[in-house]
Design a protein around this ligand. Structure first.
Ligand code: 5RP
Length: 226
């Protein structure tokens, strides 16, 4: 099974966790995109009545284009479920997220949901977090200061850029520093150290947030609990 086939499989499975009348958080990234497409198809075909809040402009626009009812957290402050991908899934459902740059809104939407379900292909499952660079969202003005502090912590920050060399901007108009840590031995400490830096808006460590992970691979879809 290719990675894309696994993403499609898990996206289809995740749709089964959405029931009529639910308020649903929509994630960001390629797996979430497939989930939104599958959910949009069910809304159309089965007349599923749901309201959604998206964790990025891209997911918002996609869901709208599929005819889904997409609103804001101001209108819908509590969500029944949030379904989103991850860059790494470690034991306890400790996650690195933000490869797609939406970590801030993703964490806000995840924290507004009664249940956060991760959807991923099996390549995302790891023993230790940190091989995937840890994204840290930073206020523009604070960039040099935050860069220095992260370097002092040994986190090897690198400013995210687009392929054309221009600096990447998040939906909230901030920069991202991708930290090439290698292995995060104590995610709780790393999260606290990074959060304590003035100018950091959010980091991509999602700890004790996910309730369930659906992991797709050659053996089908496995369910992992924290
Ligand atoms: C976006 C994210 C994504 O969920 C994460 O990067 C996984 O993406 P994909 O499904 O494309 O592999 O956190 O900010």
């Amino acid at each position: 099974m290719t990675q894309d086939e696994a993403k499609r499989l898990v996206a289809r499975r995740a749709v089964q966790f959405v029931e009529d009348g639910m308020a649903v958080g929509l994630g960001t990234g390629t797996t979430s995109r497939m989930f939104i497409e599958e959910l949009g198809a069910k809304v159309k075909a089965a007349g599923l009545k749901i309201r959604c809040v998206a964790s990025s402009d891209a997911s918002h626009d996609l869901a709208k284009s599929l005819g889904m009812d997409v609103t804001t957290l101001a209108e819908l402050p509590t969500l029944d479920v949030y379904i989103d991908g991850a860059d790494e899934v470690a034991p306890g459902l400790a996650l690195i997220k933000g490869g797609g740059g939406a970590l801030l809104r993703e964490k806000i939407v995840a924290s507004s949901a009664k249940r956060f379900i991760v959807v991923a292909d099996s390549t995302k499952v790891v023993e230790h977090l940190g091989k995937f660079p840890l994204p840290v969202e930073v206020v523009k003005m604070a960039l040099p200061k935050v860069q220095t502090k992260l370097t002092e912590l040994g986190l090897k920050p690198q400013l995210r850029k687009y392929p054309d060399g221009s600096i990447y901007l998040t939906d909230e108009n901030n920069y991202i520093l991708d930290c090439h840590v290698g292995m995060i031995t104590d995610p709780v400490k790393t999260a606290a150290d990074v959060r304590a830096i003035i100018g950091v808006v959010e980091h991509g460590l999602f700890l004790h947030m996910a309730a369930l992970a659906l992991i797709a691979g050659d053996d089908g879809v496995l369910e992992l609990q924290p």
